[in-house]
Design a binder for this molecule. Structure first.
Ligand code: TYM
Length: 329
C-alpha cells in the first residue's frame, strides 16, 4: 500500500485548478492507499492574514475539501498547525537547505512578484516546509498540479540529502502524481497563465451561477480564426482546456469543429461553458454550504485527523532526532 499525501494552502477558496490538479484524483485514491490530506495554514502565514481571516479561511477550505468527497473515516484529514512536529522537522531540514537553490525556485520568484513588499523568509523556505509536510509521513505519492512539480523535486533533493548525510535509507523520495496521467495545469480566464487563488482569474467551487456567468463572459478572447485549422492562441486554447474538463466530449468536439472551420462564435461557446461549469460546481456548492454550517462535525473531523497525523509525525521526528544524534543523558 502506498502512502499518499497532498495539501492546499488556506489562502482562498478552492477553484477548478485545485480540484482538477489535486483533489479529483485524491478522492479516487483514498480507497486504495493510506492517505493524508491537510490544510497548509502555517504556509498561509506568508501572506500575513489577520487572526480572524486565518480561522475563517481554514474553516472554509476544510468544508470545501469535505464537500469534494474526502472521507475523514478513511483518510487522515488535518490542519498543518495541529501537527507542530512538522515545524521541528522543517527546522532540521533548513540546516541543510541552501539559499541559492531556494532563491532559484520558480514558485519563490512568482510569489515575490505577487507580493514585492512582503518578501519574508517563510516564502524563501516554503519548499522546505513543504518537504517536511510530505516526508514526515513518509509519503511516496503526492497528487498535485503541474505548478508543484518543482517543489516536489526539492522535496526529493532534501530527502536524498538527509539520507546521504547520515548514511541512512530513511526517507523515501516522493513523486508528484496524477493517477497515472500527466500532471495538469488548469488555466485562468485572463488569457495567460494558470488559474490561481491570488491571480483574480479563478472560478471557485463556491461561486454562484451569476458570478460564474459573469466571469466566463468576461474571459479574454480574440477576433476569431481567419484560416481553417489555425493554431489556437493561448487565451482561446485556455477556454478549450477548461471546456475539456467540465463539458461533455460532444460539446467540446462541436466547438472545436466550429473553430477549425472559422465559424466559431465565442459568445455561444462562453455561454455553453458557463452553463457546464455551473452544472459541475452546483452539487459542490450546496454541500460546501451545508458542511460549513456544521461546526460540530468540523470539530470532530479535525480532532480525529490531528490525532492520527500526530501519531505518524511524532514517530518520524523521534527517529530523525536519533539519526541526527540527539541523545538522552
Ligand atoms: P495550492 O494551495 O496553491 O494548490 C493546491 C493544489 O492545487 C493545485 N493547483 C492546480 N492544479 C492545476 N491547475 C491549476 N491552475 C492549479 N492551481 C493549483 C496545486 O498543484 C496543488 O496540488 N504548496 C502547496 C500546498 C502544500 C502542499 C504541501 C501540497 C503545502 N505542503 C505538501 C502537497 C504536499 C500549494 O500552495 O498549493
Amino acid at each position: 500500500m502506498e502512502t499518499v499525501l497532498s495539501g492546499i494552502r488556506s489562502t482562498g477558496n478552492l477553484h477548478l485548478g485545485n480540484y482538477f490538479g489535486a483533489l479529483k484524483n485524491f478522492v479516487k485514491m483514498q480507497h486504495e492507499n493510506k492517505c493524508f490530506f491537510f490544510i497548509a495554514d502555517y504556509h498561509s502565514l506568508t501572506t500575513h492574514p489577520t487572526p480572524a481571516d486565518l480561522h475563517g479561511s481554514v474553516k472554509q477550505v476544510l468544508s470545501e475539501y469535505l464537500a469534494c468527497g474526502l472521507d475523514p473515516e478513511i483518510s487522515t484529514i488535518f490542519l498543518q498547525s495541529d501537527v507542530p512536529e512538522v515545524a521541528e522537522l522543517y527546522l532540521l531540514l533548513n540546516m541543510n537547505a541552501y539559499i541559492g537553490e531556494l532563491e532559484r525556485t520558480t514558485s519563490f520568484k512568482d510569489k515575490i512578484r505577487l507580493q514585492p513588499d512582503n518578501v519574508n523568509a517563510g516564502l524563501l523556505t516554503y519548499p522546505v516546509l513543504m518537504a517536511a509536510d510530505i516526508i514526515i509521513h513518509k509519503a511516496n505519492k503526492v497528487p498535485v498540479g503541474k505548478d508543484q512539480e518543482q517543489n516536489l523535486e526539492m522535496t526529493r533533493k532534501f530527502a536524498k540529502r538527509f539520507n546521504h548525510m547520515y548514511k541512512v535509507d530513511y526517507f523515501p523520495e516522493p513523486v508528484a502524481y496524477n493517477f497515472g496521467e500527466e500532471l495538469v495545469k488548469i488555466p485562468g480566464l485572463d488569457g495567460t497563465g494558470k488559474m490561481g487563488k491570488s491571480e483574480g482569474n479563478g472560478i471557485f467551487l463556491v461561486d454562484t451561477p451569476e458570478a460564474i456567468r459573469k466571469k466566463v463572459m468576461r474571459a479574454v478572447t480574440d477576433s476569431g480564426p481567419v484560416e481553417k485549422n489555425q493554431k489556437m492562441p493561448e487565451p482561446i486554447r485556455n477556454l478549450f482546456t477548461i471546456m475539456d474538463v467540465v463539458s461533455e466530449k460532444s460539446t467540446l468536439d462541436y466547438f472545436l469543429e466550429k473553430y477549425n472551420n472559422c465559424e466559431i462564435r465565442y459568445g455561444d461557446m462562453k455561454k455553453q461553458l458557463a452553463e457546464d461549469i455551473i452544472n459541475f460546481t452546483a452539487p459542490f456548492r450546496e454541500k460546501i454550504l451545508s458542511i460549513s454550517s456544521d461546526n460540530q462535525y468540523l470539530r470532530k473531523v479535525v480532532s480525529m485527523g490531528a490525532e492520527r497525523a500526530r501519531a505518524s509525525a511524532s514517530k518520524t521526528v523521534r527517529e530523525v532526532r536519533e539519526i541526527i544524534g540527539f541523545k538522552p543523558f
